[in-house]
Write a protein that binds this ligand. Sequence first.
Ligand code: PLP
Length: 395
Amino acid sequence: MISDKMSNLVKNSSAIRAMFEEGKKMAAKYGKENVYDFSLGNPSIVPPETIKQAVFDILNEEPEMFVHGYMNNCGYEDVRKTIAEYLNKEHGTNFSEANIVMTVGAAGGLNIALKAVVNAGEEIIVIAPYFGEYDNYISNVDGVKVVISPDTERFSINFDELEQKITKKTRALIINSPNNPTGAVYSEEDIKRLSAILDAKQKEYGTTIFLIADEPYRELVFGGGKVPYLTKYYKNTFVGYSFSKSLSLPGERIGYLTIPSEMDDFANVVGAVSVANRILGFVNAPSLMQRVIGRCIGQTADLSVYEENKDILYKALTEYGYSCVEPKGTFYMFPKSIIPDDKEFCAKAKDFHLIIVPGSTFGCPGHFRIAYCVEKQTVLNSLEAFKKLADFYKG
Ligand code: PLP
């Protein structure tokens, strides 16, 4: 007999994972090379060789009872110091190990940040389209989700609506740039506008509104673009970073939270985040992976294939009549479905062996997501299927 809350969560459990499972079944039936599975954001490129080497070196060089032992719930001090120094070099910030908490991926980071600052019944704003797991993270702290409707022109933030929907009860706003599912990257101008709104609303209500920047795709920006570091614009910002995508290590569950010293009630927030890490059962981020990050900070896998895949898909799909905001980063694309019913559209896509995810999963119906973190050959092979799918509706 499971709890009522879990019962609902299980019922609504991830449509994306369900499609991924279905993709595997289709691959068994039709052959892997004849199924174009764009369902899951699982990196397709191998981690750099240096990661493997670091694992061997650590196991050979560092005392076993140290590598495999418990440490401070916030993580190893030396690793946190290395990350702080790296961020300072990259972004001209002024962090020390006191500002960094090692986490179990971005998911772990977001959950402990929310646990640390949100009271039951407080409002947490998300910007549609958004990563569906936020629903669960918000439910974990009994928060109330407030959705800002999509800006389908640019997939930036619908600022007028945001201003209207911030209330006295707003405790946090989650943003994600580079964005899953759209591939949008917020400009510095957008960030400044957002920060100004949050500052003004804090003043108006006499509250603290936390900005939670979810950044697993920070390095996945096309054309060498850079993502502004948000703590420089708005002091009440948590940055939730993850090595899942930049180093292709999603199963290793390693990331960190940055918490700037200027944040309201900084010392208590860090203390609460540390306890949240423990009591949610993470206890600490995986020890061996922390030590690997300490040796490999600043490196990435060879991410170039994602931009190549984007170029091929964007060019072909727009030629076939799909309408799409060109992604500026990540490995996702979010075109309009050719018919308004995105679920029906994605169901029909399966007839052409295409596995794509309905936009309604991300709070943005009428669109679909392509996760093109697949081999380039799969993208090339899939083009004919995308064309047939469009032609089917054009008649
Ligand atoms: N946030 C977004 C927007 C994501 O797309 C993902 C994973 O796909 C996560 C968070 C979770 O990342 P992690 O695997 O590092 O927990």
